[in-house]
Design a protein around this ligand. Structure first.
Ligand code: SF4
Ligand code: SF4
Length: 661
């Protein structure tokens, strides 16, 4: 019900006091971050403080929203129920009244609080904003004139929250504006600035200390350099920490407590379990720290999919809460976590299905993955095919590049809806001996491509940098194929093209024999159950007979300590054809010399296991011939579950009874 007459009450005063600006190619204006978007200003080349105040008062759309708000039609004014002010208003009756008090004698409002987000114009490429390079972003879309209102606004009493992009990019002239405020003196307003601190040199630090800056928030989410550098791509942990410390030391040397220098830390899945370590690290050095929760809609969609609170188990969220409680006891008010604790408690309730409300904010302005194939990047690579071997149904990878292929189709009792390795010139019927190599043979003989690659139903290349370290066997264990998994490791054609571009060969990270407790590749082979030294020797002899120029590479491999496993690679056409001709000439010769009669099922696969070793021999020789080859190593994932995901549905349309077990 709209409020009536003098008894009108309001959840907040923002429509009378606050202007929230998101500068991109256009300038988006609203009253607060929760408020649904209100006004787009297309041309903002010459907008200063007075022009912004005119829009605040006279723009038709702005006035319309304010009018609805004044009438108590908050939903119509674009105020969602999950806004904190609205929730407090509804639950506890917390309210503001008399908005007229903010008007001057002519009925005009002047915004005294401003938020300015300087868009995607940033000098680094954090995964928060752009999880991959494959996003639709114009990094220079903001017009620098939007920063011109800062000096008159702050000097006359306005309070500004300034966020990036990066406010210290030279294009905004922010350091000069701070100096101007310092020279003017007696500013009635203040500034809170969010920065990635990469550009905080002595001049910027001094300018902030001289100007009316109340708080500097520095984005750092972990005390672990490796994770920081992964999350904040293009930044460097040591450099940023040094800059942050310089600001702190300069402030302390002046005997000041302002500005507050606060580390702004987002709680993510990847930092959640060492949150206490992070909090202690920064607070021990004299910084303050504030924590906030990453919700699904806060940043770039892929990143949120895997790092937001939605991706955490209830146990992980509980662990974060325990760490937070311990740290609050230890550090008191220097740990600013007022909203986080309540949010965590709500998330736990939500995950236990005891709460249905979902708090999401923002999200509309973050970069989105480009649809379709990027023709430029594809043209730079050509026709790439990566064959993914399957011998049974399951969750299938398929795209223009990723081609599922049924290996051993000639021997199989099932029919899979995909390519088969038993057409054309093929060795499908030898799949019990050659395993996934029947796909390689088929591609070699039957497919014309610029790049040929191979992955398996449960082992994939991570085409994107992932922070996890491989386990024994050189693989990163993952759960199953779903959208989050594909996004995480870059199983999208554009990312694969981007990865192939400029490389001749993609290989797994080589695996050291020492992880198996053996001192050489030869010893490692025969130490494995079901593999025998005699076949290893035989293969080496055959190479020496058929391809004597490889004898050095054979010897180096025998005593060497690293090998490429899994018969996984991507190669340029000419290399792939050369390798395949070489490999199959050896394997076919060996096949005729081995008596498979009494071999177990595993022993039958000796040739495929040997092929893994042969790839290393071939590459050793190739690199000597062509030292300029561009080779890239990628991590390999291993899936725990390859079954098709099924939707769990209630047994009956009605009358279902939930039972907790
Ligand atoms: S969304 Fe909330 S904070 Fe924003 S104007 Fe509406 S009630 Fe106020
Ligand atoms: S998160 Fe901040 S610092 Fe990082 S790229 Fe985005 S705007 Fe720049």
């Amino acid at each position: 019900m709209p409020n009536q007459g003098s008894s009108r009450k309001y959840p907040c005063e923002n429509p009378y006091t606050t202007l929230y600006m998101i500068a991109r190619d256009k300038l988006y204006l609203r009253f607060c971050p929760c408020h649904s978007s209100m006004v787009e200003v297309t041309d903002y080349d010459n907008i200063g403080f007075d022009e912004l105040n005119d829009i605040f008062n006279n723009n038709e759309a702005v006035c319309n929203v304010r009018r609805k708000f004044a009438e108590g039609d908050f939903l119509g004014a674009g105020c969602p129920d999950n806004c904190n002010f609205m929730a407090a208003f509804k639950v506890s009756g917390h309210f503001f009244d008399c908005p007229e008090k903010y008007a001057d004698s002519t009925g005009r409002y002047t915004f005294s609080r401003a938020y300015l987000s300087l868009g995607p114009d940033c000098n680094i490429r954090c995964r928060y904003c752009m999880d991959t390079d494959d996003f639709d972003v114009d990094f220079g879309s903001c017009k620098e004139q939007i920063a011109d209102f800062i000096v008159p606004f702050v000097h006359n009493g306005g309070h500004l929250d300034l966020t990036g992009g990066e406010p210290f990019l030279p294009k905004w002239g922010f350091v000069e504006k701070l100096k101007e405020l310092a020279v003017l003196g007696n500013s009635k307003g203040s500034i809170v600035v969010f920065t990635n601190a990469t550009l905080l040199d002595d001049e910027a630090c001094d300018a902030m200390l001289d100007a009316p800056v109340d708080m500097v928030l520095i984005s750092m989410d972990t005390s672990r350099p490796e994770l920081f550098n992964y999350l904040r791509r293009g930044s460097d942990f040591e450099h940023v920490l040094r800059n942050a410390k310089t600001l702190l030391e300069k402030r302390n040397a002046r005997g000041k407590t302002r500005p507050i220098i606060r580390i702004a830390c987002s709680v993510l899945k990847s930092n959640a379990l060492h949150l206490e370590e992070t909090i202690d690290f920064y607070l021990e050095q004299g910084f303050d720290i504030s924590l906030n929760m990453l919700f699904k809609a806060n940043f770039s969609p892929d990143f949120c999919e895997r790092e937001s609170v939605d991706a955490m188990s209830v146990e992980q969220v509980q662990e974060v809460l325990c760490q937070l409680i311990r740290c609050e006891e230890k550090w008191g008010e220097r740990l600013y976590s007022a909203t986080l604790k309540g949010q965590l408690e709500n998330v736990i309730l939500q995950k236990n299905n005891l709460l249905t409300a979902i708090l999401t904010q923002g999200g509309d302005y973050y970069a989105k993955r480009k649809p379709g194939i990027n023709p430029e990047i594809k043209a730079a690579v050509g026709n790439a095919k990566i064959f993914v071997s399957y011998h049974k149904d399951g969750e299938i990878l398929e795209s223009e590049i990723m081609q599922p292929i049924h290996v051993g189709a000639a021997l199989s009792g099932v029919t899979l809806e995909m390519l088969r390795d038993d057409t054309g010139d093929n060795i499908s019927a030898k799949n019990d001996r050659f395993c996934e190599l029947t796909a390689q043979y088929w591609a070699w003989k039957n497919v014309d491509a610029d790049y040929y690659g191979f992955m398996h139903y449960r082992r994939h290349f991570a085409f994107r940098d992932i922070p996890e370290q491989p386990e024994l066997g050189g693989v990163v264990i993952m759960q199953r194929i779903d959208d989050a998994y594909k996004n995480y490791i870059g199983l999208h054609d554009n990312e694969i093209y981007a990865c192939l571009k400029d490389y001749d060969i993609i290989l797994p990270t080589p695996i050291g024999t020492s992880v198996w407790g053996t001192l050489s590749n030869e010893a490692q082979f025969s130490s494995l159950e079901n593999l025998h030294a005699v076949e290893f020797d035989l293969v080496c002899q055959v190479i020496n007979q058929l391809h004597p120029e490889y004898s050095d590479a054979v010897e180096e491999f025998r005593s060497g300590k690293y090998a490429y496993w899994y018969n996984m690679f991507v190669m340029r056409r000419e290399i792939f054809h050369d390798y395949s001709a070489w490999l199959f000439s050896i394997l076919e010769a060996v096949e005729h010399k081995v008596d498979f009669t009494y071999f177990s099922e595993q022993e039958m696969r000796t040739l495929a296991f040997m092929a893994e070793r042969l790839l290393s021999v071939y590459l050793n020789h190739l690199q000597k011939r062509k030292p300029d080859l561009a080779i890239k190593h990628l991590k390999i994932t291993l899936l725990k579950n390859t079954e098709k995901a099924t939707d769990v549905l209630p047994a009956f349309e009605s009358g279902n009874v939930p039972i907790a077990v």
